[in-house]
Design a protein around this ligand. Structure first.
Ligand code: GRF
Length: 203
């Protein structure tokens, strides 16, 4: 039986693409069973179609309260019976309605949390002048990038490196890290104890 992953994204979807393409995901028994976007016309929808992954669109603009929007999203996602919800550039905070509906919800963030949360993680770290930044994968709670950290990978910012070059390197790390972490979930290797998350060895 496969481990069913639902991906939520609002934009370009390069991380969605990486998940669909990664051999490590299929090897672990995980499968991306649906893509949901809150943005009609987002590029990620075309990627889903090309990859043959069922896509759903629920626009937050069609709803007044956040809870109502999330209830609609939950309704749509539930049909796919996901084991894991993976946010990948999903530009909405999750309300309790959503958080209660699924036991495992994770996100990828392009900085070393708790530094530089929010939508401009790469640029904020770069402008701050840090010498080391990176990528974090974490459980999702009600806050902005505040949930327990599952894995992080650090990257040294090179002398004279441009923001664009750094962005490219960060995305490359994301595209390798996110599938790997999800494969760990599929293998049942992730244990959560409060804020501390442990990864069991696979041997
Ligand atoms: C990624 O940098 C991810 O870390 C952040 O949003 C960006 C999404 O990029 N949460 P893409 O849409 O996957 O290309």
């Amino acid at each position: 039986m496969s481990y069913r992953v639902a991906v939520l994204a609002s934009g370009s979807g390069s991380n969605f693409q990486a998940l669909v393409d990664a051999p490590v995901l299929a090897e672990s028994g995980a499968q991306v069973v649906c893509l949901l976007s809150n943005v009609p016309g987002a590029r990620v929808l075309a990627r889903a179609e090309a990859a043959g992954v069922p896509a759903e669109v629920v626009s937050h603009k069609d709803f007044g309260a956040r809870g109502e929007f999330d209830a609609a999203v939950v309704g749509r996602l539930s049909e796919y019976k996901p084991d894991l919800i993976a946010l990948a550039g999903y530009m909405r905070l999750l309300s309790p309605v959503f958080l209660r509906a699924f036991p495992t919800i994770i996100n990828i963030h392009p900085a070393l949390l708790p530094a530089f949360p929010g939508v401009h993680g790469i640029r904020d770290a770069f402008d701050y002048g840090v010498k080391v930044t990176g990528v974090s994968v974490h459980f999702v709670d009600e806050g902005m990038d505040t949930g327990p950290i599952i894995a992080q990978e650090a990257l040294r910012i090179e002398e004279g490196e441009s923001l664009e070059a750094l962005e490219e390197r960060i995305h490359k790390v994301e595209h390798e890290l996110y599938p790997r972490i999800i494969s760990w979930f599929a293998q049942g290797r992730i244990e959560r104890q409060g804020r501390r998350v442990h990864v069991r060895s696979d041997r």
